[in-house]
Design a protein around this ligand. Sequence first.
Ligand code: SAH
Ligand code: CA
Length: 213
Amino acid sequence: MHFLSAQLEHYITDHSQPEPEILKKLTRETHLKVIQPRMITGHFQGRVLSMISKIKSPKNILEIGTYTGYSAICLAEGLTSDGHLHTIDINEELNAMQRRYFEESGFGKQITQHTGDALKIIPTLDVTFDLVFIDAEKVSYDLYFEACIKKCRPGSLILSDNVLWSGKVIEPLKPKDKATKTLVDYNRKLMEDIRVETVLLPVRDGLTLSRVV
Ligand code: SAH
Ligand code: CA
C-alpha cells in the first residue's frame, strides 16, 4: 500500500540515509527463500527505526516479531555499547537465517533470539526495556502492549508497526476482519491511555510512537 505517489516515495528514500549493504543482501535472500516477503521492513522504514534507536540510545530493546531479522538489525544500530536486544518469533524455521545475519551485522553478541509465543515469553524476561518494537500478530497488539508496558519505565518508547493497515482503519469494517477491528480499537486506546503519550506517524504502513510517562 502506497499512501504517497511512487515518485515522492523515491524522493524521500533518495534523501534519506542509504540502505546498508547487509540489509540489501538480507532483503534479497528473504525474497528468494522465505514466504510473505512483504512483511520485511524496507529501506526507508528501516532507516527511521535506526534513527529512532540512535536518538534513544537504549540499553535494552525488545522486539516482537523478528521475521528474517531486518528490523532487529536496524534497532540494534542504536544500542549502547553494553546494550542488548531481545527479539521474539514463533517461527523457529527462521532462526538460523536470523543468526547468520546478526553475526554478519556485528551485533551478534548483543542479540538474543527467543523462539515461541511472545505472550508467553515476555513475562519471563527479567529486563527493563527502553525501546520496544511491536510487529507480530495484529490481533494480539493490545496483549503485547500490556505485557510490554509492565517491563518499561517512564521514558521508555513503545513502537507499534502497521497501525494504518493499508488504510483499512478508516474504511467501513468488514465483520470477519478481526485484524482491522483490533487495530482500530488499539489505535484509539493508545491515544486515550494516560500511561503513554502517543503520536501516530505516517511512516510506510503507519508507525506509532508511545512514550511511557
Ligand atoms: N519485524 C520484522 C517483520 C515481522 S513479521 C521485520 O520488520 O522485518 C511478523 C512476525 O511475527 C512473523 O515472523 C511471525 O512468525 C511472528 N509472529 C506471529 N505471531 C507471533 C507470536 N505470537 N509470538 C511471536 N512472534 C509471532
Ligand atoms: Ca511490520
